[in-house]
Design a protein around this ligand. Structure first.
Ligand SMILES: [Zn+2]
Length: 165
């Protein structure tokens, strides 16, 4: 039987089926219409693509850092759904497809794993600023900065965003 292609073999896991996507489209529809009006459908497909890319990236980075990777595509999509349109945990930015980033609450570099309880969607800017800091330390830094002069706060935040220090 070698060389015989089995056409009836199961589809690869993670391969999207139109039927499966339909369920997600229905789920996301209300939120996406509220935030994107007539572009909802386009955004939905971007989000589905983002969910796959995100999972692949998480898998690769987890391997690099030798930490546990255990998150299904369904869980990634649930995470995106839950955060969509909400405010970023660290600032007032409304999370949408173009600005949301996946953050390890306890950083990868400190052994934080890629499982659902350790992942959160925040805005890209805060994700860059947070860098290798834990959620707790980054929160403390932001609170400390808010008590400094506006000038100093702005300066430090800009520095953290650019990572040129
Ligand atoms: Zn933010």
């Amino acid at each position: 039987m070698m060389g015989n292609i089995n056409h009836r073999s199961k589809p690869k896991r993670g391969r999207k089926s139109p039927r499966g996507l339909g369920v997600w489209e229905q789920k996301f529809s209300k939120k996406l219409k509220r935030h994107h009006k007539q572009f909802a459908k386009k955004v939905f497909h971007r989000l589905m693509k983002k969910s796959s890319t995100l999972r692949t990236t998480l898998k690769r980075r987890s391997k690099e850092y030798e930490v546990e990777f255990k998150i299904s595509l369904t869980e990634v999509r649930e995470l995106l759904y839950k955060s969509y349109g909400r405010k970023c945990r660290y600032c007032d930015t409304k999370l949408i497809v173009s600005n949301m980033a996946c953050d390890h609450i306890h950083p990868l570099s400190l052994g934080g794993n890629s499982t659902l309880p350790n992942l959160q969607m925040i805005c890209m800017r805060c994700n860059t600023r947070k860098g290798p800091l834990t959620d707790k330390l980054f929160g403390r830094l932001l609170r400390w900065l808010s008590r400094q002069s506006t000038e100093l706060e702005k300066y430090v935040l800009r520095k953290l965003s650019s990572r040129d220090f």
